[in-house]
Design a binder for this molecule. Structure first.
Ligand SMILES: Nc1ncnc2c1ncn2[C@@H]1O[C@H](COP(=O)(O)OP(=O)(O)OP(=O)(O)O)[C@@H](O)[C@H]1O
Length: 644
């Protein structure tokens, strides 16, 4: 379980245990992603860490020998007699130091790429395992997801860089402090103590920055939303016509200004916090140098000591700066990593049964048993005590005004949500007790807000049953059933035509710069129907407004085909065109989440209730009240008959 579940208050700090756990997790990811690069990177980091102090020590010995000859104190015996060897050693240190930087940069990029791949794979894999819709409608989860996405692209690399940076700087500092200790324990202590406030202040600022990032997350998402609207061709159509571009730009700017303001305030505090600390560091260096030079003039220190002191104080201070920088990066990245790990370990919003019941072929039907549903705990009831049966191999039509709850009911059938109360039964078994993947594989659907994928025609259809994605005959058959084969044949590359004005026809995009093409609303809808036709042996076919975008001829054609396909599967159909649902075995009228009428077309017309009222209203719209059957008291003309 994540340490704080989606929807709960964010945390902007973390304890040492959590930090260590996240750092270890990052190392584990790097080990899995690129083990040899990690090993080599570690070895070179240690080398790069000890080299500066080593070079300083060798320089000190060299200078002491030059000053005092063979009698130089503290120079190891064999080296004291071979100053040339010290020069060679110094040259080697310089060479290895320079080369190791290049190799470290190369290895770091290699690790970064491998880790980013693995982390993104895990993140989006985890998102894909969230089976329902609820999480994706929860702003707190979406904020966490946005942070996790940022983490996935930058955090592991930042953490590794910072961890290794910290090790490297710590080794360098240890080396320099060792040299300083041999010169003066007092100066060593002052150098260390003067550096501690910097570490403390930086930690505080890091914590504040992490909190600020979290607080600004909704604004960042909003800002991205405005940016996307300004780039989305569908939105551009409206925003150009209504002249709303400036409005979006101002909104985006407003959000950015607020984000910038928060960052600016923090940056100012950072500068104010660091200024006095930098002054303290400079005073320690200057004071120490005066003291050393005075001592050297009195003959207490050698030239080698003074040179080693200058190099060591500068080295300790810059390494401390490096450590602070690394710890800052690590702290922020570890906080971000927390969001990543929370998302990766987020359980599905739909409970998974410990021992799922097998999903067999639908024999009797699907039953809704006193189903109540609302989207949020404090929201209004959308379905209120709905009970109905969808017979296997039978068709059921849902009819009702906008907002009556029809699409919501369909989402419960696909188990995008679980009912708040009541049950949905598949041949008597609660959907919650079944394996969700197996259950959904027995269904197919054309949703009201179907997708238009910016992919080739073939893939747009194959997405309905990827296991048959290479079966060209099957794809063509699905397209024929949906009445899509005619216009597909007219496309420049037939089934291989890229349906996008944003991507090139060639997926590689390096040589072929022919742009793709796009379809009309009705043609896209036919592709969505073809996609739903791909799934073999489905037991439930859901069609939510399947023909709303089709021309009358295509509508008739698709209706006839869908009617033929209904055999062998339960069908749930939603349409505001009542002529399209009149042939259903059973029609259910929903009003404000409650079933108010049920029966077949004839029964409901005879009853003279809401269905008959809506049907007559629509028929009047087609005939203008002049149709033969439209006379008061007579049966109303039916839209299909009028259109035929
Ligand atoms: N994801 C959601 N979160 C919160 N409320 C929602 C959500 N989806 C729908 N609703 C609300 O639930 C109610 C029923 O919506 P639903 O889409 O089921 O109606 P419908 O009968 O399909 O309408 P239409 O005929 O317009 O498609 C509406 O009041 C709507 O505002």
């Amino acid at each position: 379980m994540p340490s704080d579940a989606p929807g709960s208050a964010p945390r902007d700090g973390m304890g040492p245990r959590a930090a260590c756990a996240r750092a270890l997790r990052s190392l584990e990811i790097a080990w899995r992603a690129a083990p040899w690069s990690l090993v080599l990177y570690s070895v070179l980091t240690v080398a790069a860490g000890v080299l500066p102090a080593g070079a300083t020590l060798v320089t000190k010995w060299l200078l002491d020998i030059l000053q005092a000859g063979d009698g130089a104190e503290g120079v190891p015996g064999p080296l004291a007699e071979a100053p040339l060897l010290l020069v060679v050693l110094l040259g080697m240190f310089t060479l290895v130091s320079a080369l190791s930087e290049y190799v470290l940069t190369y290895l770091s990029s290699r690790l970064k790429r491998a880790v980013a791949l693995l982390v993104q794979e895990r993140l989006y894999g985890a998102v894909d395992r969230i089976a329902g819709l609820r999480r994706f409608e929860d702003p707190a989860f979406l904020d966490r997801l946005r942070m996790a996405q940022t983490a996935a692209t930058t955090a592991p690399e930042e953490i590794l860089g910072s961890l290794f940076g910290t090790v490297r700087w710590a080794l360098t500092i240890t080396g320099f402090l060792g040299i300083l200790l041999t010169i003066s324990p007092v100066i060593t202590a002052i150098t260390v103590v003067s550096a501690l406030p910097m570490l403390f202040v930086q930690m505080m600022l890091d914590r504040e920055r992490a909190g600020m990032l979290w607080r600004m997350s909704p604004r960042m998402r909003r800002q991205m939303f405005y940016q996307q609207l300004m780039l989305d061709p569908a939105a551009i159509k409206e925003t150009r016509l209504f002249g709303a571009g400036g409005f979006l730009l101002r909104r985006m700017r407003g959000e950015l200004l607020r984000i910038n303001g928060a960052e600016e305030r923090l940056d100012r505090r950072t500068v104010l916090g660091h200024g006095p600390l930098a002054l303290l560091g400079a005073l320690v260096s200057a004071g120490g140098l005066v003291w050393m030079v005075a001592g050297a003039l009195r003959g207490e220190f050698t030239i080698g000591d003074v040179s080693a002191f200058i190099a060591a104080v500068a080295g300790v201070q810059s390494s401390l700066g490096g450590i602070v920088g690394s710890l800052t990066g690590a702290y922020q990245a570890l906080l971000l990593m927390g969001h990543y790990q929370d998302v990766v370990s987020t359980p599905s919003d739909l409970p998974v049964p410990a021992d799922p019941r097998p999903v067999g072929r639908l024999r009797e039907g699907i039953e809704l048993e006193d189903v109540w549903f609302r989207y949020t705990d404090d929201g209004p009831w959308v379905l209120r005590g709905v009970s109905l049966t969808i017979p296997a191999e039978g068709s059921l039509a849902l009819v009702g005004l906008n907002g009556a709850g029809k699409s919501t009911l369909v989402k419960l059938l696909c188990r995008m949500y679980d009912p708040t109360r009541g049950r949905v039964l598949w041949d008597g078994t609660d959907l919650r007790e079944m394996d969700l993947g197996a259950l959904r594989s027995r269904m197919s659907a054309v949703f009201q807000d179907f997708m238009s994928y910016e992919l080739p025609v073939r893939e747009n259809i194959a997405l309905g049953a990827l296991e048959d994605g290479d079966d060209g005959d099957r794809i063509r058959e699905a397209a024929r059933t949906a009445g899509a084969d005619g216009f597909i044949g007219d496309l420049p590359h037939g089934y291989d035509t890229m349906l996008s004005r944003v991507f090139y026809q060639s997926e590689d995009g390096d040589e072929d710069t022919e742009s793709g093409t796009t379809l009309s609303g009705g043609q896209w809808q036919k592709l969505a129907i073809a996609r739903s036709m791909m799934r073999r042996g489905r037991d439930l076919l859901i069609v939510d407004e399947p023909t709303s975008g089709l021309d009358p001829e295509a509508e008739r054609e698709v209706q006839d085909r869908l009617r033929a396909l209904r055999t062998g599967a339960a069908t749930v159909m939603i349409s505001h065109r009542l002529g399209a649902v009149r042939g259903a075995d059973r029609i259910v009228v929903l009003e404000d989440g409650v079933v108010t009428e049920r029966g077949d077309h004839g029964e409901l017309m005879a009853r003279g209730g809401e269905y008959a009222r809506l049907f007559s209203l629509q028929a009047e719209g087609y005939t203008g009240g002049d149709a033969p059957g439209d006379a008061p008291g007579g049966p109303p003309a039916e839209p299909d008959e009028v259109m035929a």
